[in-house]
Design a protein around this ligand. Structure first.
Ligand SMILES: Cc1ncc(COP(=O)(O)O)c(C=O)c1O
Length: 416
């Protein structure tokens, strides 16, 4: 059983009571210390094993510009992986140099492609048809394509983003034609990208994936006589959500990846190695603070919170597991087994299923762990619920980095 890196924090009942009183609940709380730890360990391992590398933080995980600025302060070389014009906007607002960032869309609209082109960000295309759409607007000097190597791996089927059932990328059988077309259309510089799934904790998988990417890279380079400037393996570096899971040894992951990488390329002439981590940087740095509203003994037992699927989508979307603790007393004896739910009018509204838990009462505060990535960024307004506040813990100083949305703000664009 693995102790959570923020376990000690949630024993501090006073701190969370202060946050709940000052900023309300539900509230996403992020630990600056943990973000720093995650960024530094990634950077340390990459710099130990790769001559040239680029960390493109996947903004989709959490695009609060304040957090991105904090990350950039910790690691000035940080770049970003953007999937939309909105994320390009955040990268720019956060002071990240767009020239080193990557834009990966899919079914990219003319508007998406125009924004990316105007921003001067590196454009990574999902399909040959995307290339035709881009060409009709204008071609940048450099592009990459997203490879679907024919297999992928993710914590859930829904976040496995390569293989025969994935909507993403160009099948490996067609990838040469894509680069040929780009070269014949006048593109001079190239990268290659692959993102095959999220939430992977199997250290042996990453070298297998990289070998498959590099097999394709070699074939493209040899056939078309081009050299890649960079190769991106995407994100996907998982974190242990469950107490039974072990964290990745990230140093081993990059040590093994570098062995594969430099078995294909001489270190002096190798492309830069890019990664696009989201979850690994933000996932375990976030806690969703929620309050118990009601406890119901029906055919099943329910602990009803002021947070629901509109606050945190992952359990309803994938049946994702998040550790939940009673704030101030995380080790209290287990007394009930209940589903955690919110106030949404859908029976999929769950934050946990059949969870053994200590005795709780109305008004108690609870912590939903590992919610720093794909937490707030997936929050929505179903049932016209305003989205929560976000707070950054700098040491033990809670700083409000996004105000709670108001009902009026939800309707700002309506003609009432
Ligand atoms: C293209 C791309 N890069 C990076 C990521 C980040 O993945 P993760 O948060 O698993 O690191 C994603 C996630 O879906 C992605 O689609």
């Amino acid at each position: 059983m693995n102790a959570h890196p923020l376990y000690k924090l949630i024993t501090d009942k006073t701190l969370f009571e202060v946050i709940a009183k000052r900023f309300g609940s539900p509230t996403y709380i992020y630990s600056k210390e943990r973000i720093e730890n995650n960024l530094r360990s990634l950077n340390h391992s990459l710099s130990s094993y790769f001559k040239r590398y680029n960390i493109c933080y996947a903004l989709k995980a959490n695009s609060n510009p304040h957090l991105v600025k904090v990350m950039k302060g910790i690691l000035p070389s940080l770049s970003a992986d953007c999937s939309s014009p909105g994320e390009i906007f955040v990268a720019e607002q956060s002071g990240i140099n767009l020239q080193n960032c990557i834009f990966t869309g899919n079914y990219e609209s003319e508007g998406d492609l125009k924004s990316a082109l105007r921003a001067g960000i590196h454009i990574n295309l999902d399909d040959i048809t995307s290339f035709h759409r881009l060409k009709s607007i204008g071609l940048p000097a450099e592009i990459s394509f997203r490879l679907n190597p024919g297999f992928g791996k993710g914590k859930f089927a829904e976040i496995t983003t390569a293989g025969e059932k994935a909507k993403f990328g160009i099948p490996k059988e067609d990838i040469i034609s894509a680069y040929r077309l780009a070269r014949e259309s006048g593109v001079k510089e190239f990268g290659l990208q692959c993102m095959a799934g999220s939430g992977v904790l199997d250290e042996n998988y990453f070298p297998k994936l990289l070998s498959a990417i590099l097999d394709s890279a070699r074939e493209i380079e040899t056939t078309l006589k081009i050299r890649f400037n960079h190769i991106s393996i995407g994100g996907g570096f998982g974190i242990p959500y469950h107490e039974d899971e072990s964290p990745l040894n990230i140093d081993t992951v990059f040590s093994e990846l570098s062995k594969v990488f430099y078995s294909y390329y001489e270190p002096s002439g190798a492309p830069a190695f890019w990664i696009e981590p989201g979850k690994y940087i933000m996932g375990d740095a976030g806690i969703l603070l929620a309050k118990v509203i009601g406890i119901k003994h029906s055919y099943k037992k329910y602990i009803g919170l002021d947070a629901g699927m509109e606050t945190l989508m992952r359990p309803a979307l994938y049946k994702a597991y998040h550790r939940i603790y009673k704030i101030g007393d995380p080790d209290a004896p287990i007394q009930i087994t209940a589903d955690f739910t919110g106030s949404i009018c859908e029976n999929t509204d769950r934050l946990a299923y059949d969870r053994p838990f200590p005795k709780v009462s109305e008004g108690d505060l609870i912590a939903i762990m590992d919610t720093g990535a794909y937490g707030f960024s997936m929050a929505h307004n179903f049932n016209t619920r305003p989205r929560p506040a976000e707070v950054l813990l700098d040491g033990d100083n809670p700083v409000l980095i996004r105000k709670r949305e108001t009902i009026e703000e939800i309707f700002l664009n309506c003609n009432i």
